[in-house]
Design a protein around this ligand. Structure first.
Ligand code: SAH
Ligand code: SF4
Length: 357
C-alpha cells in the first residue's frame, strides 16, 4: 500500500487547513487517485425523499419532529414508483429512498413492500439504497432480503461530546446506538455509507480529522458528507455566530472529500446536495475532486418545499426531467463521464468482502 494513504492525524489536519498552492496540490492529487482507483465515471442515484415524518429531534435538522411549521407528507406508493420508473427509464440504474426516522411496524412493512415493488417494476434492475435511519438488526436484515443493498447512515459527528451538542441527550438519540446500527448494517451485508456534517458549531479541525479516521477504522464502503447549513427553525440556529462563513465551510468540505479519497481510495464518495446550497456548481466541484456519485433529486416537486433539512436547499422547483438535463450538461462540463445503466457499486465493498472469504 502506498504510504501516502496512511496519513496520521497531524498530516490530515494540515491537509484540511491547506490553502492556495498546497490546497491546489491536495485537490489535484485526490482527483488523480480517484481516476486511478475508481475511474472517471459518475454514478447516478435518483433521490426520493418519500416522507418527512420523523420521530427524532436532531437539533440541526429542519424536519425534526419539534418543528411545527413543517407540513408533514408521506408520498403514495404510486408517486414513489413513478419516480423509480423515471430513474429506470432514464438509465439511472439506482435510487435512494430517504425519509425521516420511524420504526413502527407499519413503516417497516411499508418500506419492505416498496422494495419488492421497485424490484418488480424494474425487472430487478434498479439498485436500491436506503436512508431511513436507525433500525433493529431484524429490520435491516428484512429490508436487505427484499432488495436493498446499500444503506446510508451518517454518524454526523464521530466525537461523542459533539454528537450530544447537536442531538438531545436521551435514549432515542444515543451515540452508541448509532455506532451500533452501522455495525448491524455491515453484518446484514449492506454496502455501508456514513458521513458527517462539516462546519458544525463547536467542531474543530481535530474533530474532523478524527471523523475521517473513524470512517477509515470502520472500513466503510461509501461516504456522503457535506457542509452543515443552519436552519432558522432549529435549536442549533442560536449558535450561528460561531460558524465559519459558508464559503469556508464549502472549501473545508472539498478538502474533507479530497483527504478521504487519499485515505480510502476505492470507496464511493457522493457529492452532497448541501454543497449546491452554497455554490450552484458545488456538486460538480466535488466530482472534479474526489467524489464519484451524485444524487439527482426525483422527489415529487410538490413535496420538496417540505423536505428542507437546511436553508437554501436547491432544485426546489425543478422537475426530474429538467434536473436530469441540467445535470448531464454540468457533469460533462466538469470533464467526467456518466455511468448510465451501471450500478457503480463500491469497489471497496468487493475488495473487503473478497478478502474476508
Ligand atoms: N432521517 C435519516 C435520513 C434523512 S436526514 C437520518 O437522519 O439518517 C439525511 C441527512 O441530512 C442527515 O444525515 C444529516 O447529515 C443531513 N442534514 C440534516 N440537517 C442538516 C443541516 N442543517 N445541514 C446539513 N445537513 C443536514
Ligand atoms: Fe429526523 Fe434524520 Fe432530520 Fe434527525 S436528521 S430529525 S432523524 S430526518
Amino acid at each position: 500500500m502506498n504510504k501516502f494513504f496512511e496519513l496520521n492525524k497531524e498530516e490530515i489536519i494540515k491537509f484540511l487547513k491547506s490553502k492556495d498552492e498546497d490546497r491546489t496540490q491536495l485537490l489535484k492529487r485526490s482527483q488523480e487517485v480517484k481516476i486511478r482507483e475508481v475511474g472517471n465515471k459518475v454514478y447516478f442515484r435518483g433521490l426520493i425523499e418519500f416522507s418527512n415524518i420523523c420521530s427524532k429531534d436532531c437539533l440541526y435538522c429542519g424536519i425534526r419532529k419539534g418543528n411545527a411549521k413543517v407540513l408533514r407528507y408521506n408520498a403514495t406508493d404510486e408517486q414513489i414508483l413513478e419516480a423509480c420508473r423515471f430513474a429506470w427509464e432514464n438509465d439511472f440504474a439506482s435510487v435512494v429512498l430517504q425519509s425521516g426516522e420511524l420504526s413502527s411496524p407499519a413503516f417497516v412493512e411499508r418500506v419492505d413492500s416498496l422494495l419488492k415493488k421497485i424490484k418488480q417494476l424494474s425487472n430487478d434492475e434498479l439498485g436500491i439504497t436506503l436512508s431511513c435511519g436507525e433500525q433493529s438488526m431484524e429490520t435491516y436484515r428484512r429490508w436487505f432480503k427484499s432488495g436493498a443493498h446499500r444503506y446510508l447512515l451518517r454518524i454526523e459527528s464521530s466525537k461523542r461530546e459533539l454528537y450530544y451538542k447537536i442531538h438531545p441527550k436521551n435514549e432515542i438519540h444515543s451515540f452508541e446506538k448509532r455506532v451500533e446500527a452501522l455495525g448491524f448494517l455491515k453484518e446484514a451485508g449492506y454496502q455501508v455509507g456514513t458521513g458527517v456534517m462539516i462546519g458544525l458549531p463547536f467542531q474543530s479541525y481535530e474533530d474532523l480529522a478524527d471523523d475521517l479516521l473513524f470512517m477509515k477504522k470502520l472500513d466503510i464502503d461509501m461516504c456522503g458528507m457535506g457542509p452543515y447549513i443552519e436552519h432558522e427553525d432549529t435549536p442549533l440556529y442560536k449558535y450561528r455566530n460561531l460558524l465559519k462563513s459558508k464559503q469556508e465551510r464549502f472549501d473545508l468540505a472539498l478538502n474533507m472529500i479530497a483527504v478521504l479519497r487519499l485515505l480510502m481510495p476505492d470507496i464511493n464518495i457522493a457529492a452532497a446536495t448541501a454543497l449546491q446550497a452554497i455554490d450552484p456548481a458545488g456538486r460538480e466541484k466535488a466530482l472534479a475532486v474526489g467524489a464519484n456519485v451524485i444524487m439527482p433529486n426525483l422527489t415529487p416537486c410538490k413535496y420538496r418545499e417540505e423536505y428542507k433539512l437546511y436553508e437554501n436547499k436547491p432544485c426546489l422547483d425543478e422537475d426530474a426531467e429538467l434536473c436530469r438535463n441540467c445535470l448531464e450538461a454540468r457533469i460533462e462540463l466538469a470533464g467526467a463521464e456518466i455511468g448510465f445503466k451501471e450500478w457503480g457499486d463500491s469497489r471497496h465493498f468487493f475488495n473487503r468482502t473478497k478478502s474476508n472469504l
